[in-house]
Design a protein around this ligand. Structure first.
Ligand SMILES: Nc1ncnc2c1ncn2[C@@H]1O[C@H](COP(=O)(O)OP(=O)(O)O)[C@@H](O)[C@H]1O
Ligand code: SF4
Ligand SMILES: [Mg+2]
Length: 353
């Protein structure tokens, strides 16, 4: 049994997996404006009525091709964006619940400490003029949690925890490799002892060998700090390795959501099947050649999506009904959620082993 299978099994064994985040009917629509008067001429439905829950301690993967709304949804959770509609119910450690989508900037402040972000590109997200002490220590200073010697000690401990030497405190980001910079970004994200971490393509910019080390670190930290991860990625091999469950998005909508192994070996949505067919084979000669998803046709434009099932122009199983009727997301067996009219009858291929 693989690690994540075991994790998933442990998960279900703890019958009452606690919900840390409950995303309900979230839409994030951006207006398209034109001309001097900023007249609105359209709407980009980047996230369009997405609902799912995140359980405490899990790693939920969020996958889909570029442009499907993954980053936008992550930013709604982080409240970089205030969703157009819908709610994002966060459950605090004491069990109380709060709708993050409804809060003002001021009310959000305590929650911003508990929900942190790891960026994709450690190169551009670390200020080149700040030392590692300033970068990792900033959240502690801003929140008046530590200063002076105590700050140095705490930052040193954080650096050690992510596998960097505490002597590096006064160095600048340029002195570090890409993998080390990502560790600095991770140390910064952990400085305030968060409960939920949104990692958006956190390892995508790294070399394959560095990716593996970084993923191992993230998994170790998850256990030590009892973290829940929302793990946004387009690389399905990485997701298969680290996630307990996976949500598949297409043009702003949730297409499928289930346990990782179930998704990879028993997909129920034709879009998932198409993504799987493009998973690079575990042959080292071809592994790093292309991690891009190869799928016929283009992702639909979220400003002008096709009617019915958004995937129908690219779906080889599409029928008349798919062009007219939006498939509802529903449980197609054992908690496996899928939004395809024919999920129950199609026989789809998972990853080829
Ligand atoms: N601030 C914005 N204003 C307008 N459109 C946006 C904005 N952010 C993202 N989009 C659009 O929303 C869609 C989803 O983008 P994004 O969430 O970045 O997708 P992903 O992370 O899956 O690649 C894209 O079509 C993108 O162009
Ligand atoms: S609803 Fe129709 S178009 Fe959409 S994925 Fe299913 S079969 Fe394909
Ligand atoms: Mg993105």
């Amino acid at each position: 049994m693989s690690d994540n299978q075991q994790d998933a099994a442990e998960f279900h064994a703890q019958a009452a997996a606690k919900t840390i985040l409950d995303i309900r009917g979230v839409k994030m629509h951006f207006p398209i404006t034109k001309g001097f008067l900023n007249r609105q001429v359209g709407t980009v439905k980047a996230v369009d009525d997405v609902s799912f829950s995140l359980y405490e301690g899990e790693t939920l993967g969020l996958v889909g091709e570029s442009g499907c709304g993954k980053t936008t949804l992550g930013r709604c959770v982080l409240r970089v964006y205030k969703p157009t509609t819908g709610s994002i119910i966060y459950q605090s450690a004491d069990g109380s619940t709060t709708d993050l989508a409804a809060l003002t900037e001021r009310e959000l402040k305590p929650f911003r400490r508990e929900i942190r972000m790891i960026f994709q590109d450690p190169q551009s997200s670390l200020n080149p003029r700040h030392t590692i002490l300033e970068i990792v220590g900033e959240p502690l200073m801003v929140n008046k949690i530590a200063s002076g010697k105590e700050l140095e000690d705490r930052v040193s401990a954080l650096l050690q925890r992510v596998g960097l030497r505490p002597e590096y405190l006064r160095r600048y980001p340029h002195a570090f490799s890409g993998g080390e910079r990502q560790r600095i970004g991770i140390a910064r994200a952990l400085a305030l002892d968060p409960r939920l971490v949104v990692a958006d393509e956190a390892v995508s910019a790294l070399d394959v060998s560095v990716q593996a080390q970084t993923l191992n670190l993230l998994q170790d930290l998850q256990k030590d700090f009892s973290l829940t991860y929302l793990f946004v990625a387009h690389n399905l091999s990485v997701v298969q390795h680290v996630c307990t469950r996976v949500a598949v998005m297409y043009v702003g909508r949730l297409m499928e959501l289930t346990d990782t192994q179930e998704l990879y070996f028993n997909p129920k949505h034709p879009y998932t099947e198409a993504l799987m067919s493009a998973v690079p084979k575990p042959d080292p000669r071809v592994r790093h050649r292309s991690e891009r998803i190869r799928l016929e046709g283009e992702v639909a434009d979220p400003a002008n999506p096709p009617a019915g099932c958004h995937f129908h122009p690219r779906c080889k199983y599409a029928q008349e009904r798919c062009r007219a009727e939006v498939p509802a997301i529903r449980d197609v067996g054992g908690g496996h959620l899928c939004a395809c009219h024919f999920a129950e009858s199609l026989k789809l291929k998972g990853v080829v082993v």
